[in-house]
Design a protein around this ligand. Sequence first.
Ligand code: KDO
Length: 336
Amino acid sequence: MITKFTRRTALVTLTAVGLAAIGVAPALADDKITLRMATSGSETDQRSVAMAEVFAPMVADFVDYQPSYNGTIFAQGTEIDAISRGNLEMSITSAQELAQFFPEFSIFTAGYVHQDAAHQVAVFNDPLMEPFKEVVENDLGVKLLSVMYLGRRQVNLRQTKDELTVNTPADLAGVNLRMPGTDAWQFLGKALGAAPTPMSFSEVYTALSTGAVDGQDNPLPTVVDAKFYEVTGQIVLTSHLVDLNYIAIGKGVWDGMTPEQQAKVQEAADAAAEAGRQGQLKKEEELVAFLEEQGLAVYEPDLAAFRDQVQSMYLESEFAASWPEGVLEKINALGN
Ligand code: KDO
């Protein structure tokens, strides 16, 4: 199920329930701070692995880290609201989810804006990011600790290349492309030239195997981790979005920590983000060969045609109207 939250819903929620959570001492288990972390990613996803193998051990002396995977406890897209209400302490959230509350976050969801993993880090650590972090903290009670690299999103279709060769956005006309369920995601699907369908990540494998959708978009490590290659025939290397996630923590639990604990949690989040990034980058490099061995065609389309169409559609869209003056230029200046 996909739930759409608005900023207003969030503010009402925060006023009614969430404020109670802010400033309240964090939950203690065996004298440790319980950090329940919910993600729609799998346990073997590099971001989950980095959190479990790098973050958790670094804070183990005072944190009881309790991860849940595959959207089982909190469905994809509901985690931020849960943190805001004080029902959850951590998640690996997306700019697309935050853009539902704060439209200006759509600048980080636009195709062909971030250039690579290093660019994402430079943007996240630049002063341009401060007002974005502040509004999430002040209005939602959620602190963005660090930026995680999900990878370059590629178009992954059921059809073989012989059945459909994609060179330009026009070739995706009428292709029923699953995209995650928020407006920012749906617009990206349209900008690619496809006919987007909203659907939760957990439903995608079945939808691909039954033909309920023609394809989906995700980075290569996700295509492999979720076994989408078993039910698809090709990957078009559009690299249309260098996708990111944020390690998010509730401000209530954060404020209840000592400054030393806060510093350790921050350090551990940064270390996990870095480990996850390196893991994802390595997999992206290795997986083309693996996917070809599985019989998929993996090829580059006319990238200039995709970039031109996607960029011009964003610039003319209502999303761009919400981008604070000068921020796109600052983001571009931090790239190559
Ligand atoms: C997806 O639903 O396609 C997506 O890649 C969106 C991301 O923001 C992220 O939530 C991710 O799924 C999940 O963590 C599963 O990898």
